[in-house]
Design a protein around this ligand. Sequence first.
Ligand code: ZN
Length: 204
Amino acid sequence: MSLFQHNECNTASFQPSIRLCYNHPLLRNHSESAGFMNPHPLRYLSAYSSDVQHQANQLLNSNQLGSLLKQRHPQAHQLSSGLLYDYAQDLKNRYMRSSPPISKVIYDDKIHVVEHALGLHTFVSRVQGGKLKAKNEIRISTLFRNTPEAFLRMIIVHELSHLKEKAHNKAFYKLCQHMEPDYFQLELDVRLYLCHRDLYGDLW
Ligand SMILES: [Zn+2]
């Protein structure tokens, strides 16, 4: 069985202030050296400009980040876990019909904690009855169970784009933006929410 996981980040040079990575090297460093109880509050924003980090820090310290995010995204989605696959398939049908099929889209409660990831696209090939069968599976961190639909859409768009582009390169982000024009803002909002959540808990 071979397993593909995207867990490296290639700098998207076309948008230096918003290069993003779903594997958080900083998170790993901090959790190992400083202990899980005291991680860096801005660890999800390490790839952003110091200006963005500074603003985020001020909003966090004054506990204003939560209300700001809630203004932008008032409600959590109502999508049940059983409909996650249909939701992703619908997006794929609309924008990426010719890409390889997805066999599974599920929530995974381990990937955020263990893999330091928000979502994973896994390409699994198995020998089944003498034949090699390849399957694309998408795993989404369970924290997206209780977030606005826009956040869920962002992470699914990200993982769907990996069907075509394995690396976080220019073509990859172009595809993300094709499916979700507001992709970069949403990814920043998700990361801001993660910072908020570490300090103050769930928002929705
Ligand atoms: Zn990725």
